[in-house]
Design a binder for this molecule. Sequence first.
Ligand SMILES: C[S@@+](CC[C@H](N)C(=O)[O-])C[C@H]1O[C@@H](n2cnc3c(N)ncnc32)[C@H](O)[C@@H]1O
Length: 264
Amino acid sequence: MPERTISDASMPNAGRIYDYLLGGHHNFEIDRQAGDQVKELFPFLPKKMRLSRWCLQDVARTLTVERGFETIMDFASGLPTMDHIHTAMAPGTTLIYSDHDPVTVEYGREILSDTPNVHYFQADCRRPEELLTRSEVKEILGDNRHVAFVYWGVSMYIADEDIAHVARTLYDWSDDSSCLAFYLDIADPESPITAKVIEVYRQMGEELHFRPLDIFKELAKPWHADELGYRAMDEWHGVELAMSEEELKAVGVRGSGYGVYLVK
Ligand SMILES: C[S@@+](CC[C@H](N)C(=O)[O-])C[C@H]1O[C@@H](n2cnc3c(N)ncnc32)[C@H](O)[C@@H]1O
């Protein structure tokens, strides 16, 4: 099969669809058509994504401006468009984006072009050691082990054993005051929306993983939550979008997802 590239407009691409649903311009007609189908199935999704991206901007500001981190490694980044981390972090921060999808990585690099101190590499977020030991990354980091890691909007793609592996690997690699910002998607197993999401992904050949908060806390050890604790998106950022009660429930502002700063 020929290698797919960013200019391949014959197949929809998840990163470009995400960009379209966020209201961005880095997408093709085929992505917009796929995005419209997604919206038909899950009308609340664009608002959930918007809210999640605002929370991610808060993460970028909090880590760099308030907590003084000078290096961020972001896993499963998607396309660096529509207010991603580099647009909100303190100037001069070194940022390493990564994603496992080669089309997203190639397009991401083109979008960033020569944005100073911002890099994009292909990497599987379930195996962070592969990114950490990559020669270009070792060159960027040198002996620096004071890093803020970010896993945002990807927990449902990662199985329990992989979360445990990620937590342990990053814990062992980084210094004592490093941090792991994590967003945990929680789905109500009784909800028809959950069943529909899982089924749609299954049809696309992708298995989704949801787990309750207590299980996640065990998997994330030896990290633990900082003093802010586990916060739903409305507590994290506030809800700036007009949303019906039904939408509020569906986007998970109450109890179906939590962001956390994990510390040592
Ligand atoms: C919902 S987007 C989240 C993007 C971004 N982190 C955010 O919060 O806006 C999920 C991204 O995870 C990537 N992804 C899924 N599984 C992955 C894996 N095992 N390793 C790396 N990236 C992965 C997808 O390619 C996609 O770009």
